[in-house]
Unconditional design. Structure first.
Lengths: 144, 179
């Protein structure tokens, strides 16, 4: 069970690492994606496009490697929740824009992305439980 | 090994961890953005001070008004043209509406909205006529996006088709406020 949860933690972190790479490589494209969501005011679009991928990458790497795992799992679970809320909000008002979740290019529909994020949220809960169960020790494989 | 102390102890230790991660992320993001050939400016180009400007609206300003939601666009063309494609969120105010119909149409519009009339292109007269007609019935300060639909589409502006709720289908009577 522990191994399974550790693997889940690594996988959850890697999801965000992978998701961040294309956004970091193409900041203009990602800024367009953020803008397309029509949620943030203009002054926040570029700062979000600059910061968000790095938060994903740094926290994703941290969780994967077991560095500061509690903070990283909270940050990434929070992001998952925010992404779901944003997707649900845009679906509810009939605005089907490019998800931009893993790539700044389009691809999947909003509802597909929402279902995927729901699965991710389930993983997030398991990871949170795993990491917080033994405060400070989870993820420190060297203590075995 | 069992008693090895975690880096940040206590119930709220995860918050400190999260702050450390956030600080590292911000630092790397700033550096990476500065180093990236297509790095983004942190703030968009300064907004035009709308209070000081009256009259014509440039296409870039029009886009900013649509994007920020601060503008309300009034499509002065005929309903058929409006249905074929208009600036997103625009209201159809075709020629031939009565003053009361126009007032009803604009009754729900917030005071903070910038009203912008437009029609097909630089040559079309309908947008100016609409602005003048609105001025006559007490709706002052309506500005005109002179480039109209043509300039909008050339600049890559998104286009909405059909009739949204709340737009008026033009009455064909002559002598209305918009004609």
């Amino acid at each position: 069970m522990n191994r399974f949860l550790t693997a889940l933690r690594v996988a959850f972190g890697l999801v965000f690492v992978v998701a961040s790479l294309d956004k970091i490589a193409d900041p203009q494209g990602f800024a367009q994606v953020v803008d397309n969501y029509r949620i943030l005011p203009a002054v926040l679009v570029n700062p979000t496009a600059i910061l968000l991928p790095w938060i994903e990458l740094v926290s994703g790497l941290a969780l994967t490697l077991g560095v500061l795992p509690r903070g990283a799992s909270v940050v990434l679970s929070g992001l998952t929740a925010v992404f779901m809320a944003v997707l649900a909000y845009n679906i509810s008002r009939g605005l089907d824009v490019s998800c931009g979740c893993f790539s700044v290019e389009g691809g999947e529909t909003m509802s597909q992305a929402l279902w995927r994020d729901a699965a991710l949220a389930a993983v997030a809960l398991l990871v949170l439980w795993h990491v917080f169960r033994r405060p400070g020790r989870a993820g420190e494989e060297t203590t075995k | 090994m069992e008693d090895k102390k975690p880096k940040f102890t206590g119930r709220w230790g995860f918050l400190f961890e999260a702050l450390v991660l956030a600080a590292v992320s911000v630092g790397l993001a700033v550096l990476a953005n500065a180093a990236h050939p297509d790095g983004l400016p942190w703030s968009p180009e300064p907004e035009v001070a709308l209070e000081e400007v009256t009259g014509g609206v440039s296409v870039s300003e029009a886009m900013e008004l649509v994007r920020s939601g601060r503008g309300l666009f009034l499509d002065a063309r005929h309903p058929e043209d409006f249905a074929d494609g208009h600036i997103p969120g625009a209201l159809s105010v075709p020629p031939g509406l009565f003053a009361e119909e126009v007032e009803a149409l604009l009754a729900d519009v917030g005071q903070d909205k910038v009203l912008v009339a437009y029609c097909s292109n630089l040559q079309c007269p309908l947008s100016h006529r609409l602005a003048d007609a609105l001025d006559m019935i007490g709706i002052e300060g309506v500005r005109v996006f002179e480039g109209g639909m043509q300039e909008w589409e050339q600049a890559g502006g998104s286009v909405e088709a059909g009739f949204a709720q709340g737009t008026a289908h033009g009455a064909s009577d002559a002598g209305g406020a918009g004609s």
